[in-house]
Design a protein around this ligand. Structure first.
Ligand code: OGA
Ligand code: NI
Length: 317
């Protein structure tokens, strides 16, 4: 595959969110409106925690296939635990994705009102410390996500705490992804063109090449974040809520240049979801004469997620 040109997504620093919230909100909103993506440094997730999480991720995926398969729950929609190589297929794609992954969800107290919609976590027996590491990382992503959402709210002219209620005890998922080495002549791509389902996605690990966005111009552009930066993108729920003011941009992970094909690629997206009972109802301020309401019928986050998981083959109708 020919190398795609680089997307000029402006680098942002989350430090500015505290120092100059209005300017940060405008910059983040501008980046989202142009690309559906933003590149954010100084996101507050501690570097040593991230390093531990990469080590755990590599150690887990290095386990024998049978060991990993013990954590696969067929029919569970891949919501928690392990999903083997070549299971997920992007909507409308002809090849399955060349990836295996692990999903961590929110730890809910027993008897929590969302227990029926949010499955309990599954934890592997090894590597040691996996559970503690990812509970801690989940919380750190939650904090970073809250700060980003408050900037998004400002950009949309809402109260900075507008999303607090929407995402409290939300159905977010932390995905540990492994794209194994591929043969020189592998067909297809590591992850087919798709849009994310959730509000926003916070991604670590995109320094290893492959992630591309489909630009408004119709061109595929490579995303090349600086070391340690987070790639943040708008998902379909936020696009729907904002009547497409903030676009959920199609993206994919292409197979790398031949000299990198012998290497694994690891990444960690945090799919930030609202609470299951949050009603996705078009924000009135995003409806105008030129931009009529595309979604006159609201839908709960839970029902919307279910519809989408059926489409990508993770849940049976
Ligand atoms: C995803 C995704 C990108 C990556 O899992 O939805 O787009 O770089 N991942 O792995
Ligand atoms: Ni994605």
């Amino acid at each position: 595959m020919l190398e795609s040109p680089t997307a000029h997504v402006p680098p942002l620093s989350l430090t500015d969110e505290a120092a100059n919230p209005a300017a940060f909100a405008a910059a983040l909103g501008g980046s989202f409106e142009r690309f559906g993506f933003a590149v954010v440094s100084d996101h507050g997730v501690p570097a040593d925690l991230i390093a531990r999480a990469w080590a755990m991720t590599e150690a887990f995926f290095a386990l024998p296939e049978e060991t990993k398969r013990a954590y696969f729950a067929p029919g569970g929609g891949g919501a928690r635990g392990y999903t083997p190589f070549k299971t997920e297929i992007a909507k409308g794609a002809s090849h399955v994705d060349l990836k295996e992954f692990w999903h961590v969800g929110r730890q809910l107290a027993k008897g929590h009102r969302f227990e029926a919609q949010m499955a309990p976590n599954v934890w592997p027996d090894q590597p040691e410390g996996f559970r503690e590491t990812f509970i801690e990382l989940f919380a750190a992503f939650d904090t970073a996500g809250d700060r980003l959402l408050s900037a998004i709210a400002r950009h949309l002219g809402l109260a900075p705490d507008w999303f607090d209620h929407a995402v409290r005890d939300g159905n977010s998922v932390l995905r540990l992804l492994h794209y194994p080495p591929i043969p020189a002549d592998a067909p297809g791509v590591r992850a087919g063109a798709h849009e994310d389902i959730n509000l926003i996605t916070l991604l670590l690990g995109a320094e290893e090449a492959g992630l591309e966005l489909l630009d408004k111009t119709g061109e595929w552009l490579a995303i090349k974040p600086p070391e340690g930066a987070m790639v943040v993108n708008v998902g379909d729920m936020l696009q729907r809520l904002t009547n497409h003011v903030l676009p959920s941009t199609t993206h994919r992970v292409v197979n790398p240049a031949p000299e990198r094909r012998g290497h694994s690629r690891y990444s960690m997206p945090f799919f930030l979801h609202p609470a299951p009972d949050f009603l996705i109802e078009t924000l009135p301020s995003t409806i105008t004469a030129e931009r009529p309401n595309r979604y006159p019928t609201p839908i709960t986050a839970h029902d919307y997620l279910h519809e989408r998981l059926v489409e990508i083959g993770l849940v049976k109708a």
